[in-house]
Design a protein around this ligand. Structure first.
Ligand code: TTP
Ligand code: MN
Ligand code: MN
Length: 372
């Protein structure tokens, strides 16, 4: 007689912004495999495939228990043939031959190392690999011309590839608050990105800065940057000015996916305080006096603050899914500046994230549950 074992059949909504995804991932082995395939697709310029694997991984991250059999996945969306094959291999033998081969491939390892340099994107890395440059040593020796960001990235490679901890993020926050308070009293600094979602480590620290009086924030970024520079906190910075004009552009011209706030990509020189020290500090003969940390700064007018907060808290897939939901299900256009309703031909105002979810007809998902 055949035993029928009780196995739960999972089911979950199809958009990541309809799901609560905490950092408590019960299917990390599966999602790591799918994320690696996503990463490889992105590093190979195949963004569509990348998104498909990201969506598959995100659907599994939202499940309440580990998956043990393929038959449990009947109600789980976003799983294409390729993802299912990988899941089947991992469930049956503990690993996917395709993923393991990828992990070992010279091209993938080289793409990881080279794009691990701040300022080096997929295209540049691909070109270098075509020229036979596969390692940092080869890059340093064969010396293709590097731009300012890449030179800073190479110089601080080890620091910038060492995860930033919460204590370090708090130390950066104290510096940014001092800077903002000094150049614009009353300015408000908010931690965004992964740390706002509750992550313990990040590849950078992200901040959103505003002022409760509309307009007072204009021109803040250059002042902030020059204060930070004069105090010796900057190893590198590149500032983009605000180019968003609601009236002039409107939803008919969504120019690009990139936001047009005042923003600054930077590398901070963060003093290492006694007793703090990040992971790995002290490994080579005691703590160093400072470490390099990637920091992103964004300035928004208070009227757009809720949209900026929602748009910069992430995760990246959660953001993408919110915009897809807005467009496909609500006939709206969501950006980090505004929400436009095509049916009513008007912008929908909001002063909190809760209001934006409500406009979108979605249940409110707090930052700690946006880890899709
Ligand atoms: P990241 O700092 O790249 O990602 P993260 O903070 O989620 O992860 P990590 O801990 O590794 O740093 O981006 C932060 C958020 O900002 C992310 O949700 C995407 C969003 N964002 C951009 O990065 N660029 C943009 O132009 C916009 C509009 C948003
Ligand atoms: Mn971040
Ligand atoms: Mn960032």
């Amino acid at each position: 007689e055949q035993q029928t074992e009780e196995v739960e059949v999972f089911s979950t909504p199809s958009y990541a912004c309809q799901r609560r995804t905490t950092l408590d991932n019960h299917n990390a082995v599966l999602t790591d495999a799918l994320s690696l395939l996503a990463e490889n697709a992105e590093l190979s310029g195949e963004d569509g495939r990348g998104v498909a694997f990201r969506r598959a991984a995100a659907a599994l991250k939202a499940l309440p228990l580990p998956v043990t059999r393929l038959t449990q996945l009947g109600g789980v969306p976003c799983l294409g043939g390729h993802s299912l094959r990988v899941i089947k291999d991992v469930l049956e033998s503990g690993a996917s031959p395709e993923v393991e081969a990828l992990r070992r491939s010279e091209r993938f390892k080289a793409l990881k190392v080279l794009t691990g340099i701040f300022g080096v994107g997929v295209k540049t890395a691909g070109r270098w690999i075509g020229e036979g440059i596969l390692t940092l040593r080869q890059l340093r020796d064969s010396g293709p011309t590097l731009n300012r960001a890449q030179r800073a990235g190479l110089r601080h490679y080890d620091d910038l590839n060492r995860p930033v901890g919460r204590a370090e993020a708090a130390a950066v926050a104290a510096v940014v608050e001092a800077a903002a308070g000094s150049v614009l009293p009353g300015a408000r600094v908010t931690l965004i990105g992964g740390f706002r979602r509750g992550k313990q480590t990040g590849h950078d620290v992200d901040f959103l800065i505003t002022h409760p009086e509309e307009g007072r924030e204009a021109g803040l970024m250059p002042k902030l940057v020059s204060w930070l520079d004069s105090q010796g906190f900057l190893l590198y910075q590149k500032t983009n000015s605000n180019s968003y004009l609601e009236a002039a552009e409107g939803p008919a011209r969504p120019a690009s996916n990139m936001d047009r706030f005042e923003r600054c990509f930077s590398v901070f020189k963060l003093p290492e305080e006694a007793g703090r020290g990040g992971a790995g500090a002290g490994g080579e003969g005691g703590p160093r006096p400072w470490r390099a940390v990637r920091v992103d700064l964004v300035v928004s007018p208070v009227s757009q603050f809720a949209f900026a907060l929602l748009g910069w808290t992430g995760s990246k897939l959660f953001e993408r899914e919110l915009r897809r939901w807005a467009g496909h299900e609500m006939n709206m256009c969501l950006s980090s500046h505004a929400l436009y309703d095509h049916r009513q031909s008007r912008y929908l105002r909001a002063s909190s994230e809760e209001e934006i979810f409500a406009h979108l007809g979605l249940e409110y998902i707090p930052p700690s549950e946006r880890n899709a």
